[in-house]
Design a protein around this ligand. Structure first.
Ligand code: XUL
Ligand code: CO
Length: 446
């Protein structure tokens, strides 16, 4: 057992376990819709939703923005250095317990501070990983995924695996090697790559082809090393179109899938899709989930939402029921998320600075997804959209349509058909009527 000066201290004073009280409850410390043990389609809500807490936003970040210093009141911040890192672990496992969340996720640098050398940094990491491992022994909480922070330190100014400087590529490799060892040690169910600074500002100084080739070389090395050490978790790439670089290489689901196929990595990776990254890319969240799903690449989700009035990654807690419902619809269509989960890559607003806001925020997100799950399940059970879609595409079930999908048509036969077909009759797509039906389900489903 790692000794800390803070063992026994409680950081979330007065907070007890959050329970399900149902939709009539006005208790802010209760779930209104998330009933972890409720069975839906043979699985509990807890198993469907696989919620995860993001260490960085909840235990490490302090609310700093480009215009001001941190505002967050975090009782563990009275410690410094390694004691602070240890206090955060204590606080984290307290909150996991309070919320009954089954998973968490972290970057290496969220959990332990960098030292003056890579060796010292790794030693810091080792001692916190050991402490986390100890806590995991007496808790039901598991590691959804870990990842490497290769964007904060100035060494990554030009990127990590796509840096113009090979020394940085080597450093990043050492960091991910350690990250995979950590993943194995803690039994992570996935390992995530988010592009960080893997992108570019201007083509005037960028060898785009070399950078993409190097990124792929890096990913292959990671896959090889995971095999070598017997880490069997799922590899995930998290697309994002911009921020911090102007052009992030893993822009969106379609771009990332094409990169993975181009470089022969598609069997080893799936996607971790984040709602706010989808909207930054000019897509809906459900579009990104759907593109991944139909390509067999839907792995996990960073559950948050953007602000339509702002053009950056605001990482708000997800409360938009349309979005959570349509996301859960895609996830149900996918048969679930496998080893993935719904990770709250979300931060409380800078004005919500009290520790209990962290509890309210997670309750809000968990309830929004629980409601989304129930509505999506009912929509699916009633085949609301399936029936509409089957009817809309029925022309491909017979005649010329069937010839097209069965590969029996060509430009000659199609021209003959079109020449003989004097009337083309289209039907309404009924968008507004379908949206009204969705509203009805959102309001009425029990
Ligand atoms: C950044 C982002 C990251 C990844 C993990 O926008 O979403 O926090 O989820 O590196
Ligand atoms: Co994310």
């Amino acid at each position: 057992m790692v000794q800390t000066q803070i063992s026994g201290v409680k950081f979330f004073e007065n907070a007890t376990k959050v329970n399900f009280e149902g939709k009539k409850s006005m208790n802010p410390f209760a779930f209104k819709y998330y009933n972890p043990e409720e069975i839906i389609a043979g699985k509990t809500m807890k198993e469907h939703l696989r919620f995860s807490i993001a260490y960085w936003h909840t235990f490490t970040a302090d609310g700093t923005d480009p215009f001001g210093v941190g505002t967050m009141q975090r009782p563990w911040e009275r410690f410094t250095g390694m004691d602070l890192a240890k206090a955060r672990v204590e606080a984290a496992f307290e909150l996991f317990e309070i919320l009954g969340v089954p998973y968490f996720a972290f970057h290496d640098r969220d959990i332990a501070p960098e030292g003056s050398s890579l060796k010292e940094t790794n030693q810091n990491l080792d001692s916190i990983v050991e402490m986390i491992k100890d806590h995991m022994k007496t808790s039901n909480v598991k590691l959804l995924w870990n990842t490497a922070n290769m964007f904060t330190n100035p060494r990554f100014v030009h990127g990590a695996a796509t840096s113009s400087n090979a020394d940085v590529f080597a450093y990043a490799a050492a960091q991910v090697k350690k990250g995979l060892e950590t993943a194995k040690e803690l039994g992570a169910e996935n390992y995530v790559f988010w592009g960080g600074r893997e992108g570019y500002e201007t083509l005037l100084n960028t060898d785009l082809k070399l950078e993409l080739d190097n990124l792929a070389r890096f990913m292959h090395m990671a896959v090889d090393y995971a095999k070598e050490i017997g880490f069997t978790g799922q590899f995930l790439i998290e697309p994002k179109p911009k921020e911090p670089t102007t052009h992030q290489y893993d822009t969106d689901a379609a771009t990332t899938i094409s990169f993975l196929r181009q470089y022969g990595l598609d069997k080893d990776f799936k996607l971790n899709l984040e709602a706010n990254h989808a909207t930054l890319a000019g897509h809906t969240f459900e579009h990104e989930l759907s593109v991944a799903r139909v390509n067999g690449m839907l792995g996990s989700v960073d559950a948050n939402q953007g602000n339509p009035l702002l053009g950056w990654d605001t990482d708000e807690f997800p409360t938009d029921l349309y979005s959570t419902t349509l996301a859960m619809y895609e996830i149900l269509q996918n048969g679930g998320l496998g080893s993935g989960g719904l990770n709250f890559d979300a931060k409380v607003r800078r004005t919500s600075f009290e520790p209990e806001d962290l509890i309210y925020a997670h309750i809000a997100g968990m309830d929004a997804f629980a409601r989304g799950l129930k509505v999506a399940y009912k929509l699916k059970e009633d085949r609301v959209f399936e029936n509409v879609i089957a009817e809309r595409y029925r022309s491909y079930k017979e005649g010329i349509g069937l010839e097209i999908v069965e590969g029996r048509a060509n430009f000659h036969t199609l021209e003959q058909y079109a020449l003989n077909n004097s009337t083309i009759k289209n039907e309404s797509g009924r968008t507004e009527q379908l949206k009204a039906t969705l509203n009805q389900y959102l309001l009425e489903v029990e």
